[in-house]
Write a protein that binds this ligand. Structure first.
Ligand SMILES: Cc1cc2nc3c(=O)[nH]c(=O)nc-3n(C[C@H](O)[C@H](O)[C@H](O)COP(=O)(O)O)c2cc1C
Length: 280
């Protein structure tokens, strides 16, 4: 299932989606706010307490009692189907700028974790697909240690979904197909960015970008170092936030990965999945 119609980042960082204009205004606003903060910032203000009374305004109410997530109300007990139902709802509500923005966590062979946002480009029974530079930090980590975790958080719904699984590269044909439908600017950016490696300046990148633009006046070929990864889930967790912090957590895993499905702590789901309610 391809995730369509979302922003695709370009070298100017503004995205190519039709909501880019709104995003720009927002960015200018944030810059002004940052300048004000920078001017009033004292070097003694090095520690910021977000837990005390002064920050009580940050404590938001979550769902009402009507939104509790009960096992019997789950639209499906196959986590792929449940994810699809949640995702469609979020996508269609019109309140989430990038519903497919997801935090991808990887780790190197020594177990040092790293996380960053990416855009989910497709999902289905075969897994969850993202595209990136294979030589980037995340790319290298997923190649040397093919395990990853995805985390979606949609605050307007007070919902999060965690996914864990193994990683494989998508086929070259699939990467070529997706690359081919990206905007030209994104294609050129992907070609010239040695993602995750240092560069002397932004101007240097722009210089290389312009040279690459001239080199490929029509079709921009996909570089070998760029393509997709698919995360094949073996566990999902669906989380729904509650104001009293008695949050709902339903974790799904393959039924054959546990010793017994006792019907009490561990229940049988659908299509080979089992699930448990976890304490918040
Ligand atoms: C909302 C959002 C979406 C992003 N989508 C992607 C993406 O799909 N692919 C990608 O390589 N980087 C994407 N990025 C940039 C990454 O977060 C990250 O900066 C970059 O991939 C380098 O990560 P790495 O050095 O850990 O490999 C996105 C950033 C944001 C904030």
């Amino acid at each position: 299932m391809a995730v369509k119609g979302e922003r695709d980042e370009g070298i100017d960082g503004r995205g190519d989606g039709d909501r880019g204009g709104d995003r720009d205004e927002g960015t200018t606003d944030v810059r002004v706010k940052h300048l004000i903060i920078a001017r009033t910032f004292k070097m003694t203000d090095t520690s910021v307490d977000l837990s005390g009374k002064s920050s009580a305004a940050m404590r938001k109410p979550y769902s009402t009692q009507h939104d509790v997530l009960l096992e019997d109300d789950l639209e499906s007990k196959n986590p792929f189907k449940l994810f699809h139902i949640w995702f469609e709802g979020i996508k269609n509500c019109g309140k989430v700028y990038e519903p497919n923005a997801v935090c991808l966590a990887t780790s190197d062979i020594n177990g040092r974790p790293s996380a960053r946002m990416v855009l989910l480009k497709a999902y289905g029974n075969e897994g969850f697909t993202i595209f990136t530079n294979y030589e980037s930090r995340k790319g290298q980590e997923m190649i040397e240690n093919p395990k990853a975790s995805l985390l979606f958080y949609w605050d307007v719904f007070n919902r999060q979904v965690r996914i864990e699984g193994t990683v494989e590269k998508v086929s070259e044909a699939e990467s070529v197909e997706y690359y081919g439908c990206r905007p030209r600017a994104s294609q050129i950016s992907a070609r010239i960015s040695q993602q995750s490696r240092a560069v002397e300046s932004r101007d240097k990148m722009l210089e290389i970008y312009k040279q690459e633009e001239l080199k490929y006046p029509t079709q921009v070929p996909k570089p070998d170092f760029w393509g997709g990864f698919r995360i094949i889930p073996d566990a999902f967790e669906f989380w729904s936030g509650q104001t009293n912090r008695l949050h709902d957590r339903i974790r799904f895993f393959r039924a054959d990965s546990v010793e017994k499905v006792d019907g009490k702590l561990t229940k049988l789901g659908e299509e080979g999945w089992a699930y448990q309610r976890l304490q918040p």
